[in-house]
Ligand binder design. Structure first.
Ligand SMILES: NC(=O)c1ccc[n+]([C@@H]2O[C@H](COP(=O)([O-])OP(=O)(O)OC[C@H]3O[C@@H](n4cnc5c(N)ncnc54)[C@H](O)[C@@H]3O)[C@@H](O)[C@H]2O)c1
Length: 315
């Protein structure tokens, strides 16, 4: 059995990601019961919501009057007691998440999905901590800034039924997210692996002196990154193939692409390379107000999201 109608979500851990989840859920009209034991956590959550809730509400297409209610409580048990869905966003360490999941699993009601925001831990490893109902523990991995970026990677563990994984996908979709069901447990799920593939070559090119840190950022954000935000890298390839699409593109440019792939670097992130990357970033940020850059990034992301919605053709 899964709880098909979610009206209350427990947000366990209200740091960067938990606070963003709270904004998304409240904006979608759901009540949120949040908990975080850190000193000053409640004030930080309220400060964060002041920055994010209007944006999340605008993106949800609802009005401020339709928002859910927030309640901050002092324990995990109290947070999950009446929840129909639990989103865990505690620190990214297995023993920490394990202790949290033991508690969540013992107090959550039967059939409630327990989703972990973990960026790298395997759901099957997390399920080992849930003695009552291991199958309901899965990964629901968001992307920063998670009150704006809609992607959520849903990764079922070995004990998860397809019904429960689907319930998580349906829930995220119902709150305006774009869930992708990941079909195997791999470090970094899908998207961080794709990012790692790009970072690997970027680090290598900087290490070899082929490009500066700023060159890499310019090359992507003024080049393919513009297309990727609209159609993704594979459809971008398909569209580059003209009438013949992906088939023609792979016949025509497949052989050189194979050569480029074979030539990619395999850098080790040594202290020396890390130093080069940090120095390159300091140079790129010279004269830039980082708070303003962050605000611009978020504002433009919202504009892109709005514009994307105006197309009925996007995949
Ligand atoms: N920051 C990102 O870009 C990002 C993106 C996607 C996923 N994630 C994942 O989200 C999770 C949280 O990351 P974050 O960046 O928000 O970290 P964070 O350090 O900002 O927040 C973690 C919060 O958990 C709280 N916490 C500690 N013990 C707790 C307990 N017993 N009960 C409830 N809360 C407790 C801490 O006080 C802290 O506020 C991690 O699993 C991380 O991998 C992070």
């Amino acid at each position: 059995m899964t709880r098909s109608r979610v009206t209350t979500v427990a947000v366990v851990g209200t740091g960067v990601i938990g606070a963003a989840w709270a904004a998304s859920f409240l904006a979608a009209g759901l009540d949120v019961v949040a908990t975080d034991p850190a000193e000053g956590a409640e004030q930080r959550l309220l400060d964060s919501l002041r920055r994010t809730l209007d944006i999340a509400t605008e993106l949800s297409g609802r009005s401020a009057a339709d928002r859910g209610d927030l309640r901050v409580v002092g324990s995990v048990a109290e947070a999950v007691h009446d929840a129909d869905f639990v989103q865990e966003s505690g620190p990214e360490r297995l023993e920490h998440k394990g202790a949290l999941l033991v508690e969540i699993d013992s107090f959550a009601r039967p059939g409630v999905v327990v989703a972990s925001s973990t960026s790298g831990l395997a759901p099957s490893a997390l399920q080992k901590f849930a003695a009552v109902d291991p199958g309901r523990v899965l990964v629901g991995h968001p992307f920063d800034p998670a009150h704006i970026v809609p992607l959520v990677e849903v990764v079922p563990g070995s004990a998860t039924t397809s019904e429960l994984a689907q319930a998580a996908v349906d829930f995220y979709r119902s709150v305006g997210k774009k869930p992708v069901l990941v079909r195997a447990e791999l470090p970094g799920h899908i998207t961080n692996r794709l990012q790692a593939a790009l970072w690997r070559e970027a680090y290598s090119l900087v290490d070899r002196g082929v490009a500066t840190v700023a060159d890499i950022d310019t090359a992507i954000s003024h080049g393919p990154g513009l297309r990727w935000a609209i159609v993704g890298p594979l459809t971008a390839q398909h569209l580059s193939g003209g009438q013949g699409g992906m088939r023609h593109l792979l016949e025509h440019l497949g052989p050189p692409t194979q050569k480029w792939m074979d030539d990619l670097g395999e850098p080790q992130l040594t202290a020396e390379l890390a130093h080069k990357l940090v120095a390159g970033m300091d140079e790129e940020m010279n004269g830039i107000d980082q708070a303003e850059l962050l605000a611009d990034r978020d504002r433009l992301l919202v504009d892109i999201m709005r514009l994307k919605r105006s197309s009925t053709n996007l995949p």
